[in-house]
Write a protein that binds this ligand. Structure first.
Ligand code: NI
Length: 180
């Protein structure tokens, strides 16, 4: 398929609530082609997650693929390529929070320290329209929250509580950086 342009902070699509995909839309060629474009675009960018609004498609669709080794993010807990349609997060009561230096392909060059709950339940559909309920903890919970924030018009900078921790990534060399 095709590597698409990733739009950057300031583009109005990144601030919209994306539309839910209807059951009859999910298996269509159009949506499958869009997912293929998202995979191509994510791999070309070297990221670990991409939401459809980042390529200017305002629909509730995101992909995540976390390699275990060999990425520029250090050693991470692997997550095979997963397509999330219409995802809905609920944070588990009393979940502890942890911070990461998050980055975003739509906010190139910057990193920000963001604390997020580390235990979530997730409802979503796959590309066949089948409904799933999953539980994510730790870094995977962080990545899900970052990606699915894109589907409601939010960016990681909105989740920061200390703006002194918004920095250029070439000035930061931590082990635990996360770049979508
Ligand atoms: Ni992002």
């Amino acid at each position: 398929m095709a590597v698409r342009e990733i739009i950057r902070m300031g583009h109005p699509t990144l601030r919209k609530v994306a539309r839910q995909l209807r059951q009859e839309d999910i298996g269509t060629k159009e949506i499958r082609n869009l997912v293929e474009d998202m995979v191509d675009t994510l791999r070309a960018a070297g990221g670990i997650g991409l939401a459809a609004p980042q390529i200017n498609e305002s629909v509730q669709l995101a992909i995540i693929q976390i390699p275990k080794l060999g990425s520029r993010y250090g050693v991470l807990e692997e997550l095979p390529l997963t397509v999330f349609v219409n995802p809905e997060i609920s944070v588990v009561a009393n979940a502890e929070s942890a911070g990461n230096w998050e980055g975003c392909l739509s906010v190139p060059g910057l990193r920000g320290w963001v604390e997020r709950p580390q235990h979530i339940n997730l409802r979503y559909q796959d590309l066949e329209g089948v409904r799933h309920i999953s539980e994510f903890t730790g870094f995977h919970a962080t990545v899900c929250q970052h990606e699915f924030d894109h589907l409601t018009g939010h960016l990681f900078v909105d989740r920061m509580t200390d703006m002194t921790k918004l920095v250029f990534e070439d000035l930061l060399v931590p082990e635990d950086v996360y770049h979508d």
